[in-house]
Design a protein around this ligand. Sequence first.
Ligand SMILES: Cc1cc2nc3c(=O)[nH]c(=O)nc-3n(C[C@H](O)[C@H](O)[C@H](O)COP(=O)(O)OP(=O)(O)OC[C@H]3O[C@@H](n4cnc5c(N)ncnc54)[C@H](O)[C@@H]3O)c2cc1C
Length: 461
Amino acid sequence: MLTSEHTATLTTIVGPEHIATGDSERSLHSRDQSSHAAHLPEVVVWPTTTEHVRLVAAFANQHRIPVTAWGAGSSLEGNPIPVEGGIVVDFARMNRILAVHAEDFQVTVQTGVLYQDMNKTLARFGLFFAPDPGANASIGGMIANNASGTRTVRYGATRDNVLALEVVLANGDVIRTGSRSIKQAAGYDLTHLFVGSEGTLGLVTEATLKLAPLPEHFSAVVTSFATTEEAAEAVFNIIGTGLSPAALELVDTATVAAINGAGEFDLPVAPNLFIEFHGATEATLETELKLVRAVCAESGCRTFTSGLGRAARNRRWDARHEVAELLIRTHPGHGYIITDAAVPISQYPALVADTAETLRELEGVRGFLVGHAGDGNMHAIVFFADTPDEYARVQQAFNDHIVEKAISLGGTCTGEHGIGIGKQKFLAQELGTNSVELMRQLKALLDPNGILNPGKVVSPI
Ligand SMILES: Cc1cc2nc3c(=O)[nH]c(=O)nc-3n(C[C@H](O)[C@H](O)[C@H](O)COP(=O)(O)OP(=O)(O)OC[C@H]3O[C@@H](n4cnc5c(N)ncnc54)[C@H](O)[C@@H]3O)c2cc1C
């Protein structure tokens, strides 16, 4: 419980214009985009410098006050919900691009910058940061959740594109990890310890990221199949031929119908694959296009359309990115769960077949399948009557089932949304109890008072 003296000290640290204790700001920082229960913080602060973050952490550590980092609040597993109250540190005002190292294809930023804003600036240099979660997330939130997205199949997840960090530890110590060198072998890899740690090990204040050149040439394809299972089989066949798509997304019939219904699209009402290739020349793209057409034909595609112009291609990706929000908007008053499991690509057809069948058999739900298929990641968005009983039923019969299936296929309980609150129960099943125990020990070492985002990733110490 924060006292008025605590709040007064925090006000001195960040300045009166960068702190709020009112209901509305606390409420805005009480829940993410998941269905996990909201929890109010006692105070929200907006640091503008690493020094602010350092002082807030040291003060909170001294007084054992929980500190939960906040990026854009777009998580889907309860990751930034301050379940034990305390201080929310919102990084939105630490959003400066500190240096564009264009000649090295790198950028150094404060971590509150939103990746879409950052990419607008980087476009002027002909560069972009490739991982693209559907929501307009902050770089800090992407690093903390190890976010990925439609382009991960070609460019990797956030983890693969982080070179160096500045991190404020729980006790207020500031450390630097990594370097701007692409090759790094200097000791333990602290950079990647913090990637995916969901704000439980440290507060990331700066990051140096790897960038890619904006593609000069691209080709976009939409191909449709009779069944979701056939579309998933085609995904395996495409990746299996050694093709290297820049995006390979699976969208089931119900989702295609929703996208068509929302706007200017006329996609074949069937399971679709959205595919894109990036290339240095038109000629290399032409070769890839020929090959993918052949693979899709052999996999039984019903339609195959290529050659979308840039505007049409951008609109279609916008629609894909916005589909979760569209579905949630069009199911007012419903409870919902968004699943997130991933498997090796050879097992993707089995995961998709099992998900589709489970969905068909589950009563009282409306389900939609969308997946970053090229990297073996499957999401299902399921809507149901908004009651605690229904939530528990669907959680157990659908989400838990899909996760267990993915783990049994050699995969993971979360491809990109993170552990947060909802996936903690699967950690030991996936990684073994010794690994989870080591995670607990690391947490205890870096945050002995358990102040950083308590109640997440590993259970309390
Ligand atoms: C419509 C929609 C579509 C989505 N699609 C995708 C997708 O395709 N791929 C994907 O990966 N995710 C997706 N997400 C989930 C979400 O956008 C990502 O997890 C994203 O990385 C969260 O970033 P954020 O800035 O919103 O972070 P928040 O939700 O604010 O926080 C995320 C976690 O990071 C911690 N954190 C935040 N900033 C820092 C910091 N500076 N230092 C330390 N810890 C910090 C928080 O404590 C929390 O644990 C989607 C979400 C929505 C709503």
